[in-house]
Design a protein around this ligand. Sequence first.
Ligand code: ADP
Ligand code: MG
Length: 520
Amino acid sequence: MPLNGEPYHTNKDNKNDITLDRLAAVGQIAAGIAHEVRNPLTTVKGFLHLLKEEQPHSYLDIAVEELENALLTMQNLLNVSKPDLDDEGLSDINLSTEIESILYLFQNQIYHVSIEKQLQDTHATVYGKRNQLKKALFNLIKNAFEAMPESGTITVKHYMENGKLLVSIQDTGVGIPEDKLGILGTPFFTSKEAGTGMGLTQVYSTIYEHNGKITVASEVGLGTNFTIEFPVREKKDVGVLELNLPYVENHTFSDFYGHNKESFMELLRAQGKTLFEHIKGVKHIDEQYVLNSTHQIVTLLNEADEFGLVMHAKEHGKTWAKLELELIVKLEWFQTVRKCYWDFLFNYYNNIDISKKEFFEIERNINFNLDTYVTHFSSSFSEYKSFLIEAQNELIDDLIVPVIPLSDTMAILPIIGMVDTKRAKHIQLKVLERIYQQHISYIIIDLSGVSYMDTAVLNHLFNIINGIRIQGCEAVLTGVRPEITNTIVELGIDLHAKVSTKATLQQAIQDYNKLHLRNQ
Ligand code: ADP
Ligand code: MG
């Protein structure tokens, strides 16, 4: 049954425009209040800090913390309800491309949710504010994921109809009760424990600002379908920014950039909002770091220092691999850098006469250098990422197979938990390696943490013991539980011929010490 079919509750009627208007008005009022309330609250926070310096008190810490929460809420409200405060420029945006990259951000969740993409008319673009539109799509997709905590399917469609561009995001989640459909988009409306009720407010005001429409169809227990609709952009200008920057006669581009560096940073800040959103709360990185490293890259580009760029890209790739961020976030940043850089080049060459040939040469050199940078960055990123994953796996290996040395030549291998064939093989490999590396001549395998072993696994255990003996090491088994002894007896394995058994780990250690001391 299609979600936009009849049986579903929907707000798809002529009230839609009114709803958007009303919500936009609510947003404006809320934003107005937020603005007014924020200032006195900030003052209060300042005084609380002063008080704390005079006489610290735990209540003051709580007060400051709560106040900070309130200020954050105000800021969120301002951000989403008054997007026009944002001075983000307008450009042609291909929503299908944006959808692809947003879906990457949910990669860690696609194990339990399957995603179906039906992206048609992918050449169509809308004209508007890229970061806002991306955020709106992100918020809708995020809600769809959150509506399906266990499993389900998200279907994302992108298509044209009657000269409009439509994007629909449909989930098979919990659904929205009919009486709530009308209040969607109202600031602070949330049904989630940790929800903010800001996501849809942002979506609705963005769509309002872009002269779009939004409709919802939903049925409790079956799922929800949000459809947004935009006017399609007829292709016109190329979107180069006219920046009116001061130009000094005979300055090279490098000089020009140096002279206007602050404007460049501002441009990056305005156009790279997505990245800055993503790195919020990520450890070891902040806006300043990103801008500084971008400045380094631009400087190398200006000097056409190919080697410097490659070296920088390699180091930089490594640094980013350590952060908890997807590669796509950074690749999008490079696109932003490229765009801003070209905006700057345009503004510089506006002052100078150059031939077509010269222009194409410049284009080729710069894009070649930038591409080289991105290629080296990406491969260094991936290389280091897999190195990190490998290192992590090794650490996990060590945790699964802990060979604990008690002296130079003696070690204990406690085996804990379920052992299946795969794990047994793994233990075998690791133990033999460890015995060889650490010259262990006596090893106690303690099985007191294992309650069950099937016959296949027991066979592996004997392979391990055989291997140990071949390496000239003596093996002692301790803590064999009765259940396991039974299996051994049933299998008719002659255990004692290969390995001695001791009742407990303690006893095995004592015996070893006696033997060892006697031999000394
Ligand atoms: P939040 O996600 O923080 O709760 P939103 O503004 O994004 O805030 O969403 C508001 C409310 O709308 C949600 O709490 C939920 O009740 C409802 N909602 C939005 N999208 C969906 C969806 N896809 N399925 C079910 N309910 C949804
Ligand atoms: Mg949300």
